[in-house]
Design a protein. Structure first.
Length: 370
């Protein structure tokens, strides 16, 4: 039986078939190992992209630069959280914390007796171990509910009733402990001091050193509330600011208590001098206040070594004080808001008689300088 003769240099037929199969398998494996984008793909029409649906967000109301003052012992007590939800306000000042007992125990002024002692057990703020002496009238609880909303409450030391702790407590360590307890109990980031003892150099130094000690322990913004006169601040108040600064305490803001001239009653003869019992009409009343603020700004610049005018204004706050409900009109409120915004004041507030509803609404919308 004859056999086919293969050409020299060619593989036997079975080996050639096996080689072809191996080549095909290797090529397929190589294609699988290529990057995803390297393999040729059939052209497809681009898929339509879904159109993004934009959800309309309700406009956010800007934060208010108005600080509402409330008496911590008023009856009925102000529900801070409810008031904040209703008005849009978030920042409150709680007055007034004064000395009771031995002079080194802090208490709310409305609960102090004739000699500064506590009437009962519901006025004390903190005991020897930092705990409450009885009840605090629910202040801490109300502040806690406000804080849940992102609000804050500042304790105000001193004021028109009772003695500020620095004037009554002559033991430096006890004074520092008293400030520490109040700030810690309220978990306050700020504290205000309404000072009426600037001529008492010993009290000024005790207060300054105690504030400096607390500020070394925790971040604490401090403001001083001082009366404003036609010539600005009193000489004693300016000297007190210098002494406080040199003692190492940092006072970030001076809040000016500015009495509001009454509005001119209907029928007042034209040409009545400003400042008389008949009052002052129109924007002239606020112009007098603005002149006092301007003078205080110059004094503060000197006391704090601020030479550029623009650096001074954010360290000032303004708190008009009404004697009667109608002392401020809606027009006055708009002028005050514009003034605070233009000069970038730290905040605007109001004390004294409760304002009319439209005046309150205008003041509440003072833009925040933050």
């Amino acid at each position: 039986m004859s056999r086919h003769r293969r050409e020299p240099g060619t593989l036997p037929r079975p080996l050639a078939v096996l080689g072809a199969l191996a080549l095909a398998a290797g090529t397929a494996a190589a294609i699988r190992m290529l990057p995803a984008g390297a393999a040729p793909r059939p052209e497809r029409p681009p898929a339509a992209r879904p159109v993004a649906t934009q959800v309309e967000q309700p406009p956010q109301e800007p934060p208010s630069g108005f600080v509402a003052f409330t008496d911590a012992t008023r009856e009925p007590p102000l529900d801070l959280a409810s008031h904040a939800r209703r008005t849009g306000l978030r920042h409150y000042a709680l007055g007034h914390m004064v000395a009771a007992g031995d002079g080194c125990t802090p208490t709310w002024a409305g609960k102090a007796g004739r000699n500064g002692g506590s009437e009962g057990s519901d006025g004390g703020m903190a005991g020897r171990n930092g705990g409450s002496q009885g009840s605090d009238g629910g202040v801490v609880e109300r502040v806690g509910r406000l804080r849940v909303l992102g609000g804050s409450a500042v304790p105000v030391f001193g004021g028109p009733r009772g003695r500020e702790l620095a004037a009554a407590c002559t033991r430096p360590g006890a004074l520092t402990a008293a400030y520490r307890r109040v700030v810690g109990t309220l978990d306050a980031a700020s504290a205000d001091f309404e000072i009426r003892d600037s001529a008492d150099r010993a009290a000024v130094l005790r207060r300054a050193r105690a504030i400096e000690a607390v500020q070394r322990e925790r971040p604490l913004r401090v403001s001083f509330t001082l009366p404003l006169g036609p010539g600005g601040l009193s000489a004693d108040d300016v000297a007190m600011l210098r002494t406080t600064r040199r003692a190492g305490a940092e006072v970030s803001t001076v809040n000016l208590l500015a009495p509001v001239e009454p509005r001119t009653p209907a029928g007042t003869p034209a040409g009545t001098p400003a400042g008389t019992s008949a009052g002052t009409s129109g924007g002239a009343r606020l112009a007098l206040m603005a002149a006092g603020v301007r003078k205080a700004a110059e004094q503060l610049a000197e006391a704090h070594d601020l030479t550029i005018e623009d650096e001074v204004w954010p360290h000032l706050a303004l708190t008009p004080v009404q004697a009667n409900t109608g002392d401020l009109s809606a027009g006055d409120a708009r002028r005050l808001t514009a003034y605070a915004t233009r000069h970038r004041l730290a905040w605007l507030s109001l004390r004294g008689a409760a304002p009319e509803a439209d005046v309150s609404r205008i003041l509440w919308h003072t833009p925040a300088n933050r």
